[in-house]
Write a protein that binds this ligand. Structure first.
Ligand SMILES: Cc1cc2nc3c(=O)[nH]c(=O)nc-3n(C[C@H](O)[C@H](O)[C@H](O)COP(=O)(O)O)c2cc1C
Length: 135
């Protein structure tokens, strides 16, 4: 399995991760759950009206963190989150996460998907050994 697939599988398993952005010199963080591999890239989903979207438009640098309590392993992925207006990705995201369909539609002006560029993904645990992947 490739690193990006391991990352997405981990995010699917933990269900919730925390997405950090920057607003000026102020870190911002919030829970997220969307994750999809499409065309070899790792995507997340949000709404363009949200502050998180505006922060990423001004500064795409971001980091996510998720923790798997059943194994004691945590994951951090840092990189840039880049907007992608490709409708097919939005459709695929809503298909994978159908609970989003009550709030989002690929053809509204709000639904946004972004992919990680220059991502560094690190798995860590208190036991030591970390694994790092770049994608
Ligand atoms: C478990 C969980 C998962 C969430 N997943 C997402 C998500 O994938 N995308 C999203 O836009 N909002 C998601 N939200 C809602 C955001 O956390 C919420 O809208 C937040 O206020 C967005 O950050 P902002 O206010 O800085 O824009 C999720 C909330 C929870 C509790």
């Amino acid at each position: 399995m490739e690193g990006i697939e391991k990352v997405c599988e981990f995010l699917d398993k933990t269900q919730t991760y925390y997405l950090a952005t920057v607003e000026g010199d102020q870190p911002r963080v919030r829970p997220f759950g969307t994750a999809l591999i499409y065309g070899g890239k790792l995507y997340i989903q949000t709404g363009k009206v949200k502050p998180v979207s505006k922060q990423l438009a001004a500064n795409p640098k971001a980091e996510i963190c998720a923790f798997d309590g059943s194994t004691g392993v945590w994951l951090r992925v840092s990189g840039e989150l880049i907007n992608d207006d490709n409708r097919d990705v939005k459709v695929a995201m809503l298909e994978k996460m159908p609970q989003l369909k009550s709030m989002y539609d690929p053809d509204d002006d709000n639904t946004q998907v972004l992919y990680f560029k220059d991502a560094v993904a690190t798995f860590s645990s208190f036991a030591g050994a970390t694994e790092t992947f770049n994608f």
